[in-house]
Structure formats: structure tokens, C-alpha cells
Write a protein of this length. Structure first.
Length: 235
């Protein structure tokens, strides 16, 4: 009976490792937080989370491309220790009229270099904005992640409505109507959203581990009962 339990326990442990590894791999892409904002929201912050998914190389360059067909106004980049940010402006095809005048240029790309994200680690890059557009349902931020071995991962794919998430998805922020409960999110609330996202991921992995453990114990119990039944028949 002890041998059976030991085997069942080993199977359970291996299964748990497999589930947790798969869950970690599935979430190892560049994301943006919070995942939603109100259309036309003002004075907020977007946090781009960049995990390192390579075991033998470090992330040494991160590029985020901001949409210019629905531009973000008043973009400012928060300093990040060890990293240098380069901001690129682009002239807009369609200028944006505001209460303070007409905006003809907007930030189209932010590139961080000089730092390093090691294996099993991530870095958060904060970008503040003065105002989000109010004429679209979502904003896609294409991203390029370059590693120390020269490899570049292109997080640029956008899923059509109803489709499964693509292999290399671009970070996306959903824009909600204020009538639907969407309200402007302050920088403090944005940081809370990032923390909540991390907690949710941890809770999800914990639940997955518990489920695997329960299934393993059930299998062990079944094996014990079956062994006893076989012994009774033999007697």
C-alpha cells in the first residue's frame, strides 16, 4: 500500500509541475494594465509589464508603439532605474482639436534600453497620458522585445472579435463608455489594477495546484481500495 501511495504522490507532483509550467508559459507575454479605461479618460497611467520568457538570455530592449490613428495626448514616460527611454513623435494625419488648441503631433513609439530583465523576472514600464481618445472601442499597443542573444519577439497580433488569443498578442486596452460604468482611472487606481492582476494570477495558479492535488489524492485512494479488493479476492 505504501508503494502505491508513493507512486500516486509522484504522479501528482509531476502533474502539478506540468500545470503550473503551462500556466506560466501561457501568461508570459507583454501586457498592459489596467485592461480597460473610459473613453476620453484624462490624467491616467498605463503600465506595460514585460516578462522574460527565455532561460538563457536577458531582455535588453523594449519597444512600445502607440496608435496614431487614435492618438494618446500628453504622453509622459516615468523614469525606470537602469533604463533609458527614447520617445518618438509623429505628425498626425488627422489633427486633434482640444480646448487648448489643435494637436498636430503625438507620441508614436517609446523605446527602453540600457537595462536588463533576467530569466524568470519581469519589469513594469509606466506611461502617463493627458487624455485618451473617445472615438474607438480599444487601443492596441504593438510591442517588440529584444533579447541579449539577438532574438526579437514581436507582440503585434490582434485577435478578431470572438477569436482565440493569438500566439503573440499585442497589449490591448478596452475603452468603455462612461454610461456603461466606465470612469476615468487615476494613476493610483491603475497601480491597484496591476497589483490585482498579479494577485489574480497567483490565485489562479494556486487553484490549479489544488485541483491537481485533489485529483492525485483521489487516484491514490482508488488505488488503495483496488489493492485491498484484489487482496481479499486472493484470500
Amino acid at each position: 500500500m505504501s508503494t502505491t501511495l508513493r507512486r500516486a504522490g509522484a504522479v501528482t507532483a509531476l502533474a502539478a509541475v506540468g500545470v503550473l509550467t503551462a500556466a506560466g508559459a501561457a501568461s508570459a507575454h507583454v501586457t498592459v494594465h489596467p485592461e480597460s479605461y473610459a473613453r476620453g479618460a484624462t490624467d491616467g497611467t498605463l503600465t506595460f509589464r514585460v516578462p522574460n520568457e527565455e532561460d538563457t538570455a536577458s531582455t535588453t530592449k523594449v519597444q512600445i508603439f502607440l496608435p496614431t490613428d487614435h492618438p494618446l495626448l500628453g504622453v509622459l514616460v516615468a523614469p525606470r532605474d537602469g533604463w533609458t527611454a527614447k520617445v518618438t513623435d509623429t505628425r498626425l494625419k488627422t489633427p486633434v482639436k482640444t480646448d487648448d488648441g489643435t494637436i498636430t503631433d503625438a507620441v508614436s513609439e517609446i523605446t527602453w534600453t540600457g537595462g536588463k530583465i533576467g530569466a524568470g523576472r519581469y519589469e513594469d514600464f509606466d506611461v502617463a497620458f493627458g487624455q485618451l481618445p473617445d472615438d474607438t472601442d480599444q487601443l492596441a499597443f504593438k510591442a517588440l522585445q529584444t533579447y541579449s542573444d539577438g532574438k526579437t519577439v514581436r507582440w503585434i497580433e490582434e485577435a478578431a472579435q470572438g477569436d482565440e488569443e493569438p500566439e503573440n498578442p499585442a497589449p490591448v486596452v478596452k475603452l468603455t463608455a462612461k454610461d456603461d460604468g466606465g470612469t476615468a482611472v487615476t494613476p493610483a487606481k491603475a497601480q491597484e489594477a496591476v497589483a490585482d492582476s498579479s494577485d489574480s494570477t497567483a490565485r489562479g495558479l494556486g487553484v490549479a495546484g489544488l485541483i491537481v492535488g485533489v485529483l492525485g489524492l483521489a487516484a491514490a485512494a482508488f488505488a488503495v481500495v483496488r489493492t485491498r479488493s484484489a487482496g481479499s479476492r486472493g484470500a
